[in-house]
Design a protein around this ligand. Structure first.
Ligand SMILES: [Zn+2]
Length: 292
């Protein structure tokens, strides 16, 4: 089997009038599926949004910055929250990990699982007030939703293609490509990008063939000159810890904490993003209460 390591490659083309981000995410999507014990359907659904989260996180500038991509919908998925920290460290919470498509449907179109809904992107950057943008969901299939969001809400012409490929053994390949017009991109440049985007074959085949992120970029750029800017690591990663969980408990407030401290069994908290369990005995909860 091929040795994969998830990566994000940044590049520009047309002398800097367009930027390209390509991601390979097999290990990250596998880890997402593992920690939440996702059904095959939800591995594809969640994995696609995980890749969008990595794209959204690629613009973060500071080490404590983070972006949150939340989907809320009236379909069975109900909600998916993807968080990406600086350094392409991504994680996701999934409300309904075991959903399956109705018999006879294929993974290409998962819109039946999402129904109507909206997506929201929130960026927390340093001391600045969090920045937020929203738009309606087109389908829930992630790639077209995210491109629509970037083009309408952030007003940057964007093309997104992504894919999560699975078989009985799990995630075979996953990755995506984001192309954006930058300032200075004239009408004819946009037309050219449009033609390239329309001629772009689905990524599924190329990801299964083991294409690297840089090769996905070449696939889009064709004969256009590409300037590669950086190659970065991507990983599924959750920063939760016992001390963070303690702080969350303290933040509940005296009344609720007193109630919890009354339980002789103590309490167990489960991280929504990595399913790590944190057990606090009755004595420990009482200590937190006293420390308030
Ligand atoms: Zn966690």
């Amino acid at each position: 089997m091929l040795e994969y390591r998830d990566e994000l490659v940044r590049a520009v083309m047309m002398g800097g009038k367009a930027r390209l981000l390509a991601v390979t995410a097999r290990d990250s999507v596998s880890e997402l599926a593992r920690v939440h014990a996702l059904s095959p359907t939800m591995t594809v659904a969640g994995g696609r949004w995980l890749i969008c989260g990595i794209f959204a996180g690629a613009d973060l500038k500071g080490e404590t910055d983070a972006v949150n991509v939340t989907v809320q919908c009236d379909g069975p998925v109900e909600a998916l929250t993807t968080v990406c920290d600086y350094g392409n460290r991504v994680r996701q919470s999934v409300l309904h990990p075991h959903l399956e498509l109705p018999e006879g449907e294929n993974y290409r179109d998962l819109s039946a699982l999402f129904g109507k809904g909206m997506m929201r992107v929130t960026r927390t950057q340093g001391e600045m007030r969090p920045w937020m943008g929203t738009c309606d969901l087109l389908s829930g299939n992630a790639g077209d939703d995210f491109a629509y969001y970037l083009t309408t809400s952030e007003q940057v012409n964007s093309f997104v293609s992504l894919s999560v490929e699975i078989d009985r053994g799990g995630v075979v390949a996953a990755g995506g490509l984001l192309v954006q017009a930058l300032p200075g991109c004239e009408e004819e440049d946009l037309d050219y990008l449009e033609v390239r985007a329309q001629g772009m074959p689905p990524l599924s085949f190329f990801l299964r063939e083991g294409f690297t992120a840089a090769q996905l970029i070449e696939l889009f750029a064709g004969r256009s000159a590409v300037e590669y800017l950086a190659t970065e690591q991507v990983a599924y990663s959750c920063p939760c810890s016992r001390s963070r969980m303690s702080r969350n408990l303290i933040a509940l407030g005296r009344e609720q904490l007193s109630e919890l401290a009354a339980d002789p069994e103590g309490i167990e908290l489960v991280c929504w993003f990595c399913q790590t369990r944190y057990k606090f005995s009755r004595a420990e909860v009482s200590e937190l209460l006293a420390a308030r």
